[in-house]
Ligand binder design. Structure first.
Ligand SMILES: C[S@@+](CC[C@H](N)C(=O)[O-])C[C@H]1O[C@@H](n2cnc3c(N)ncnc32)[C@H](O)[C@@H]1O
Length: 194
């Protein structure tokens, strides 16, 4: 019943955003370079529940690694984060993302186009969100190394559908919680303290 209700709410959100002119349709896989992991967006209800568990928002920054067209950024914008950032490698979703952000008109949200593995400023973020942008564990491990390099403050990772959650655990991230989602895959929260 709860799953049915969540799906219904997700559909309503989707239609609501569509009516406002947002493009949050699934990414056409043929438009993506081979190594990128395409697929749909995070949805709203499950992610909403996960984000509502984070204790502090004011003065905090969050980044969606592989943000697609920005559906998760819309969810983040419901909380008083200081900065919200999405990085997307693929040009077509990135173009849709820019249009979506223009409609939203929230000046805390910033989008950048590029490879998340080459991004150099993760140290500025308190929360890292990812929904399997990488097609294999080796690339996720490479990403974790980038995250850890030069890190000096506490870090919280929100990993939706944690296919390779073990990659975080093996690098001393503590698994804090799993939020159930409608797909049965869960959303894991990990923390790394210094
Ligand atoms: C499963 S979608 C998730 C979209 C979004 N995070 C959401 O939850 O709505 C994964 C996205 O990661 C992007 N991606 C894959 N590899 C990437 C990389 N190395 N750097 C940045 N983005 C990447 C893909 O183009 C795709 O848009």
């Amino acid at each position: 019943m709860a799953v049915y209700f969540d799906r219904l709410i997700d559909k309503i959100c989707h239609f609501y955003y569509r009516a406002r002119g947002f493009d949050l349709e699934p990414i056409n896989t043929s438009e993506l370079p081979k190594l990128l992991n395409p697929s749909t967006n995070s949805g709203y209800t499950d992610l909403y529940r996960a984000i509502s568990l984070l204790k502090t928002y004011t003065g905090k920054s969050i980044i969606d690694v592989g943000c697609g067209k920005g559906a998760a950024l819309l969810v983040f914008s419901r909380w008083p984060f200081e900065n919200i950032h999405g990085i997307e490698h693929s040009i077509k979703p990135y173009q849709a993302l820019l249009k979506n952000l223009k409609i939203l008109g929230d000046n805390r949200i910033f989008a950048s186009h590029g490879d998340a593995l080459r991004f150099k400023d993760y140290r500025s973020y308190d929360y890292i969100y990812l929904y399997n942008p990488f097609p294999n564990r080796a690339l996720l491990e490479e990403f974790i190394e980038v995250l850890l390099s030069d890190r000096k403050k506490k870090l919280t990772v929100i990993y939706n559908n944690p296919k390779w959650g073990q990659a975080f655990s093996s690098k001393n991230f503590h698994h804090i919680k799993t939020i159930k989602n409608k797909w049965g895959t869960g959303i894991n929260i990990y923390q790394l303290s210094f």
